[in-house]
Design a protein around this ligand. Sequence first.
Ligand SMILES: Nc1ncnc2c1ncn2[C@@H]1O[C@H](COP(=O)(O)OP(=O)(O)OP(=O)(O)O)[C@@H](O)[C@H]1O
Ligand SMILES: [Mg+2]
Length: 235
Amino acid sequence: MSQSTCVELNQLEFQWPGASFPLLHIPHLQIQQGERVLLRGASGSGKSTLLSLIAGVHQARPNQVHVLGHDLAQLSQRQRDRLRANEIGYIFQQFNLLPYLSAVENVVLAARFAPARVARLKGEAGSYHELAEHLLTQLGLAEQDSKRPAHQLSVGQQQRVAAARALFGRPALIIADEPTSALDIDHRDNFIEVLFNACEVHHTTLLFVTHDGSLAHHFQRAIELNEINQAAGGR
Ligand SMILES: Nc1ncnc2c1ncn2[C@@H]1O[C@H](COP(=O)(O)OP(=O)(O)OP(=O)(O)O)[C@@H](O)[C@H]1O
Ligand SMILES: [Mg+2]
């Protein structure tokens, strides 16, 4: 695996416990550091499952998933959690914000248990709260909204908080699972612009799931899951 490879899959096979068929069998996939990749596929085809395997939330077998040079199956649970906290910003399909914390506090939380993010933030001027607020402003959240508890924000606003949390402290890889589905067109375009600029400036890899075909031109590569997935149970 070369220095600049961010994600590499080799003979990845995955079957959910209790399922009759394997969901995924991906012979090979390589994503370079800094690449922006769109992942497409029918509902239920396994996109979110694949993202969770790359993030180390669910486990593949040895040699099947390498992220930033690490074979995830060879890491302990603690090492996997650490790698994820430091180097992977995950924007979930359901945002997973802590409802009673403010938007800013949700963002700052990304630096907790993430010493590498903290080290990178130390190089920037301002407190964590100021840096988080700045990021939220860039993503189009008004200053007064960034102080409100997440559960009082609209779905689109929560989505922007989730993106800021993923970007905070510049992880190497951003995984975004349909992050624009709740946004109107203006907010979507602004969201995409800020996310892509941040990725470009910091040479961050972006793996992005969307059903929105009009976003395809923003990406260097589009992957159709059904084309790379050879599992009988995959669609
Ligand atoms: N935690 C789980 N336990 C068991 N089966 C699961 C689990 N999560 C997902 N699945 C199954 O895996 C298959 C793929 O689900 P997944 O969420 O990865 O699809 P998806 O491509 O992300 O779909 P969508 O576009 O609707 O989000 C589905 O059949 C689903 O029922
Ligand atoms: Mg999904």
